[in-house]
Design a protein around this ligand. Sequence first.
Ligand SMILES: Cc1cc2nc3c(=O)[nH]c(=O)nc-3n(C[C@H](O)[C@H](O)[C@H](O)COP(=O)(O)OP(=O)(O)OC[C@H]3O[C@@H](n4cnc5c(N)ncnc54)[C@H](O)[C@@H]3O)c2cc1C
Length: 331
Amino acid sequence: MKQFSIYKPKTVEEALAALSTGEKAAAIYAGGTDLLIRLKNRLYTSPDVLVDIKGLEELRFVRYDETGGLVIGSLVTLGELAEAKEAVHYPVVAQTISSISSPELRNQSTVGGNLLQEVWCPYYRSDYRCWRNGGDICYAEVGDNTEYQSIMGAKKSFAAYPGDLAITLAALDAKVTVAGPEGRRQLTIEELIPGEVEAEGKIQSHVLRRNELLAEVSIPPPENDELYLFGKVRKREVWDFASASAAMRLSLDNKTIRRASVFFGGIATRPWRDRRLEDYLSGKELRYDLPDSAIQEVLVDARPLPHNGYKKDQAVGLLNSMLADAVSRVK
Ligand SMILES: Cc1cc2nc3c(=O)[nH]c(=O)nc-3n(C[C@H](O)[C@H](O)[C@H](O)COP(=O)(O)OP(=O)(O)OC[C@H]3O[C@@H](n4cnc5c(N)ncnc54)[C@H](O)[C@@H]3O)c2cc1C
């Protein structure tokens, strides 16, 4: 295993200073369930200094009020968030978390780490010198692309973004606050995770620079007459990433969909917004025949690799059953 040192800051400012001034590559260490595995695999891009932020109590809180909505500190674990009474207004958050990894991992994994985790493409994780490890090739594009790759195309690296929480947060219009040397800025989930960002000679999924820290996530207050849905297909019912997942928010006037927000996971380099489907659903009535007509509009621009075309069928099937669920809920 690669040698590294650990620094434990007491404040966010100390953490940012450590990330900015170190001569050696430093990285934030939260729950470690992604980062430590990468270190064990000795990835080309793994850091020399870990800035262990677990002691930063200022990042460990969950707040809710009717005007501001839900605000979650980035160090809150997935397990804590699923059980937080402040989050009961958004049951789809707990539903999404219940589909992530295992209870043990959810007790260790933080919200910030879940959003910013690296891809789980086996080539990247096995230390192949691919785009994400500072190389200049995507092995999965021509090699094994059966599970962890995009069906929606890619510029260079076809590894699919793996996080489930981001899919639901995107559908809920959540924003994140990023702290850096120049202060704080807010980003939408789509802005945070554009998919293929070139940084320091490698490709990463998100836009955070090495000297920045994800501080909190906020979700606007729920409106009346909204339905939230989440679905996920995976090989095993526990401990596995989405082969395809989807999160949907439907704002309703009685049975008519006023506005739809639909994001897919596990099938693209980023949380994939299906605007064509959203447009199709807007103005439609939630009737028994809607699921079957809507699936004609799902991911029509998909460009699967040789071995992952089945993911589109999974996404279409998911969408069909989620809409059928929505229809049954408004009867
Ligand atoms: C067997 C297994 C199954 C899994 N299944 C799923 C699944 O089904 N769905 C799913 O979504 N995930 C899954 N995961 C991934 C898991 O949820 C993530 O590893 C976890 O959420 C990461 O959180 P962490 O706190 O442990 O992050 P860490 O490992 O500490 O960090 C992850 C990355 O984020 C950076 N980081 C962490 N916090 C911050 C911050 N506040 N600001 C800036 N950068 C930060 C770190 O530097 C690192 O690069 C699985 C993991 C395993 C091992």
